[in-house]
Design a protein around this ligand. Structure first.
Ligand SMILES: Cc1ncc(COP(=O)(O)O)c(C=O)c1O
Length: 415
């Protein structure tokens, strides 16, 4: 057996293996070292940490993208759950990994008449769709394109699968596909590009029709997958957003959800995309959760039986959030004038603004002490987080509360 050198000999077996094997060698070592390197490297969601403070009594939270409880169709959900259970034991039995055929048929007709039931997979929220797509596409170190800024949950999911994130700026028309084209021409070869096309979280921007066409062309030309994440598209206030990116393309997968338009606790979303990708996703989902809740699928299937009710319900939700969007926009204009620049979102739940010279990250706890919570823009940044930016959600607070929240924010920003 070759002898180890003098330096090597002084190190413990655990230390010698250190870089690639971190398991403790004695029973007294910190058991947390048993966590995988990936788990040790993962950080908790800033949004979730902040929400702990934001839910303190007296605090008006503009932090979470939490749907208004008054938008939940409780009577219809109760009737749908009853109908699902009265339909038999299948409502609580194990089911197919790709989703119950009746539910897939219902979701195919949800808003996308052009999607066939066999071209979609039911997921446990669109967050699971994102996780599964990342899992089947990304190897350690693979370049992945995201927006700058972008949805924190996507950054976390992609990073947890080893993605090397390249952030492309987002402006009032969404992801700057011209900048992406330059980066691709310069040699960037991403596995996938993640984009929230409609009423972006966090900026509220909607990807323009021209950029949708451009993005689909780039994906075909350079051979990457566009992951179109669209949980907000149905929540438009002024006009419906443009159609999906590259319909029918072998390079586009679209994630949808009932979280923002029915209820997030159902944990029900779906993914529509090319067969080669869906087949891999189904295998990955088997080891993740076997299938999405049969009862939730039964509830959504029952709700889908009444398209007239669904249309009326969506109209009510749009009216509710439109009024709140207007409330927040008016309050910001009246209180801050030009000092709080922002693009008025045409739907969704978020306004993205910035206060020059104000450190929204460092002052968050002061804001919470003053009775208002927001998410600092830095939480959504990849390379150079914008510390003066913040995301304000108008989804949960009433119009009166939104005005009061902006008054409190003004006190903190001008203190
Ligand atoms: C852009 C975006 N994608 C995905 C999700 C997760 O949604 P779901 O509840 O469907 O998992 C959210 C939730 O806020 C979101 O904002």
């Amino acid at each position: 057996m070759p002898s180890s050198g003098p330096v090597e000999a002084k190190r413990s077996p655990g230390e010698r293996l250190g870089r690639c094997y971190r398991r403790p060698v004695t029973g007294t070592a910190d058991p947390a070292l048993l966590l995988s390197r990936r788990a040790q490297g993962a950080t908790s969601s800033t949004i979730r940490d902040i929400l702990v403070h934001a839910s303190a009594p007296g605090v008006i939270s503009l932090a979470g993208g939490i749907p208004a409880p008054s938008s939940f169709p409780m009577a219809e959900l109760r009737a749908a759950a009853l109908a699902a259970l009265e339909g038999g034991t299948d409502a609580v039995q194990y089911g197919r990994t790709d989703g119950d055929p009746a539910c897939r048929a219902a979701l195919a007709g949800w808003t996308d008449a052009q999607v066939e039931p066999e071209d979609l997979v039911v997921t446990t929220g669109s967050q699971q769709g994102l996780d599964l797509v990342s899992r089947v596409l990304v190897d350690d170190g693979d370049p992945v394109v995201v927006g700058d800024p972008d949805y924190l949950g996507s950054l976390q999911a992609l990073r947890s699968h080893g993605a090397q994130l390249t952030a492309i700026p987002v402006d009032g028309d969404g992801l700057r596909t011209d900048v992406l084209a330059e980066r691709l021409a310069a040699g960037l070869r991403p596995k996938l590009a993640y984009v929230v096309t409609n009423f972006h979280n966090p900026t509220g921007a909607t990807l323009s029709t021209e950029r949708r066409v451009h993005l689909a062309e780039l994906a075909e030309r350079y051979g990457f997958v566009v992951v179109e994440d669209d949980p907000y598209g149905e929540l438009w206030f002024d006009a419906p957003p443009p159609g999906p990116v590259g319909p029918g393309s072998e390079h586009v997968v679209r994630l949808r959800s009932v979280s923002k338009t029915v209820a997030p606790g159902l944990r029900l979303g779906w993914m529509a995309g090319p067969r080669w990708l869906l087949d891999a996703v189904i295998v990955a989902k088997q080891s993740s959760d076997l299938h999405t809740s049969s009862l939730s699928q039964g509830v959504v299937t029952a709700l889908a039986q009444d398209p007239a009710w669904r249309a009326a319900h969506l109209d009510r939700s749009r009216a509710l959030y439109r009024e709140r969007r207007d409330g927040l926009v008016d309050a910001l204009h009246q209180t801050f004038g030009d000092a709080a620049p922002f693009t008025v979102p045409g739907g969704g739940m978020f306004v993205w603004t910035r206060f020059e010279g104000f450190d929204a990250t460092a002052r968050l706890l002061d804001a919470v002490a003053a009775g208002v919570a927001y998410v600092p823009g830095s939480a959504f940044g990849v390379d150079a987080p914008d510390h003066s930016a913040m995301r304000l959600s108008f989804a949960t607070a009433s119009v009166d509360e939104l005005h009061e929240a902006v008054r409190r924010l003004h006190a903190v920003v001008t203190a």
